[in-house]
Design a protein around this ligand. Sequence first.
Ligand code: BMA
Length: 853
Amino acid sequence: MKLETLNGLWQMKNTESQKMLPVEIPGSVLSCLIKEKEIEDPYYRDNEYAVRELFWKDYEFQRKFQVEKELLDEENVDLVCHGLDTLCEIYVNGALLGKTNNMHRTWKFPIKGQLVLGENDIHIIIRSSLQYMSNYKTDEKKEIKYTPCGGMKGNQFMRKAHSMFGWDWGPQLPDAGIFRDIELEAYSYGRLNDVLIHQYHGEGEVKLEVDVTLQTFLNKEYELYATLHFIEEDEKKPIEVWDIVELGMDKKILNLEVKDPQIWWPNGFGKQPLYKLKVILRHKGNKIDEKEFTIGLRTLTVSQDKDQWGSEFCFQVNGIKIFSKGANYIPEDCVYSRITPEKIEYLVASSVRANYNTLRVWGGGYYPSNTFYKLCDEYGLIVWQDLMYACNVYEVTDEFEESIIAETVDNVKRLRHHACLGMWCGNNEIESAWHHWQDFQPHSDYLRMDYIKQFEFLLPKAVTQNDSQTFYWPSSPSSGGCFDGPDDENRGDTHYWAVWHGQKPFSDYQNYFFRFCSEFGFQSFPSLKTVLTYTEEEDRNIFSKIMESHQKNDAANGKMLYYLSENFQYPKDFDSLLYSTQILQAVAIKSGVEHWRRNRGRCMGALYWQINDNWPVASWSSIDYFGRWKALHYFAKNFYAPVSGSIVRILDENKEFTLVDAYVQNESLEKSKVKVRMTLKTMDFQEITTLEETVIVGPLSSLRVCGSSFHDYLKVEEKISISPRERKMNQGVYHRADVFVETAFIYESGFIQWESETLLAYKHMNLPKSKVDVKVEETSEEYIISLQTDHYTAFVELDFLKEDVIFENNYINITSQEPRKILLAKKDILRGTFTGKDDVKEKLIVRSIRDTY
Ligand code: BMA
């Protein structure tokens, strides 16, 4: 088989214009117009709205290409388009080759008849998605009235990433183009059409069944080989099997046996060894076709075993039931050709640095590139893969049915061999929506039927026919389908939004014991550096038109202000406000995750909404559009650590005392010995009382270690709710506003995790103004930053005005006089440079929550 790429330099214009512009393919209308400076940055201020209007037009992409004799000598030549977005008409040398209507598919067209020797011409007209949507007519019994928050009406009529039409975190920029490779594929004699790999795991061995579908053209015999080698070892010594493909055969199964297999594990449980499997078709010893797959040997499914609460819901890897730690993933840019392998690797690496083991690819975006899954294999992230449907009502016409089945088959075949693939999930939130969302209820029963047909019949069939080893789940959340209590707390997965959308306090997380919380979230603003990229001076007020247009969830800047009022004092300026919201977000999500990890066994997953952004915006992300880690991402590194301590304020059994309880959560395969020291301290670090306990926490478990109400030491105060008994017993001398609880989790490795908690909301604490002294030392690999202060200093942020870095830790609470060390590895300096330690010290900006008012 020969491949000739048609990527590279094309020309582009809107069909009403004469002016051709150069465009690099893979690319799009936006990548071209931005590069050629025909439009201003669509992310700047409110440029989004003017740029959106460009998509009422049709566009034309074209290029010339050379065809050599060798290509035409092959019996077949196909044009293969891996990403055409979306309504395309493809012309080759003036003749229509085909039309497309689904960006999620791989399109192939036989092209040999249209090609000539020498120069050829291809042009692709892309029709306006906005025109199409606005002219679309449903069957009268199937009128659709629902549009998702922030989206454009009619987005569900096209198989184009829904979020391109806007979402409650993303702009309405329905770009168009050729966003993945486009190439010519030429072949004669025979071809490997399809390879399906099944794994069967036994004691000390793995059997691989390699199921090959072939296309043979000659009335001759072929030889089929499969070879497997461990990627880190010599390719010359593979395990090899082969067989004869007899005349007319189009299917063949080869069996490989791997003795002493190296087993793939998700991050935190072991390594990620990978094998290369090659399938080669030969005729009389000549190689005719070859396909290559990188695979990991593992079993991976979802367990729904029944238990005392209902049915569990958890990933089971190599027989071990694990707690999923991670977040939800959305497309990383609105201009898809800008989602480069480097950017994907940065995000995947940032996930693993924050101790994730799972990412959910959310259904309202697009199917990520092969690079994404390759990196998840290599870094050890389980992918919960939604099919691309979210928060919408769909009319299942014959044409739609054909399109979504083809799309599913294409993507299942593309991704099924990846070690990281944990499940296929039909859609995001649609079962739940049909079950009880008010705006869904007026739709006809025909459409409700279409839901069942689509997600509980057509799609699972298309998935399992092509990938019988990966678990299929109808929707997220769900309890198994058929509108049977999709949000049931005791079965399946759950999305929890009462904190944030329902404006409940953070403590509300503690009222729920979901089996797997696949979505919950809290918004923050990005850092000032990011806000500066899209605003002018006069915009820097959170209720300005520009700040509100970079907030796509209705009135949510006000919501952040509401939560701020519950927790912190009113910030003195814009920058302090941005910072405070990041702290709120980090504290909120931390309290949810820690609660669910403490209840490990009953709850087996916490994936917060959302890891990333597709433009600079106020949102639920923990890493902003420019890759800057928000406070939440640093917090995640700690609260998702394999072994991690947590403290929580709860009411005792009689609801009389507020207790501070310490727990250790162990999500590793080893037991862990931990010394826990809990100390009530004054703001200037005097120790009032200490309790200490050493425990051994078993693998895959969590344990309450110790706790106290400290009521003997605390005074009764006015204006806080306090039980009569507590009031009576209360004889201490310290005011709650003047003390905090420090907890040190001291691990055998010597590592100490510092946690602290105040007994009142921060806004009511007597936080002293404190000065943090900074010292910086330097080695060849890193800067060592020491922070020292004489008073309790909460949420200490380190940052630079211009440079971007990832610190080892950030937003810490300083709870003792001892200097706290934070490393800055030189390889983690992402933008900008430092001339040495003095430069780092000079440029370092340190602030804490007390500096915001
Ligand atoms: C969930 C997600 C997204 C949305 C998020 C925040 O519903 O599935 O659709 O962006 O909440 O509202």
